[in-house]
Design a protein around this ligand. Sequence first.
Ligand code: FES
Length: 158
Amino acid sequence: MKSDRPNASDKSDRIWQPKILAFLCNWCSYAGADLAGVSRIQYPSNIRVVRIPCSGRVNPMFILKSLQNGFDGVLVSGCHPGDCHYISGNYVARRKFAVLKTVLEFMGLEPGRVQFSWVSAGEGEKFAQVVTKVTEDVRALGPATRLVKSRESLKAES
Ligand code: FES
């Protein structure tokens, strides 16, 4: 079956850019991204942001679906432990993601494709560093093909 996704040989024909979905907590990481923006701190433009109320709101299925639907990597970023707006949402998230990482590894997915971080509203510089690191890690891994669905199967689902 022919894949719709670029493969490693495509990298020589044109410059492949990783596509990364970032789930950012409204109260901290999203504000950190905003601060990076207003402070004009440069970071790769490879992320597409989904603003979420809390990192605890991220269902692991969102991450799997993102990888199935063509994203090469996923970042989830929330408030630092102890700073969650909803008291314990990020502790719940941390536990969920620890289990998810094991499942993803079992499925054969490279560990660097899904990353988690804690970035506060005052850490614009850190946000830029996290995005840069995630982008470089995913770029080094190449296009995600392990879980991706073909265009035909996506059409059949809709
Ligand atoms: Fe930010 Fe819970 S409100 S992680």
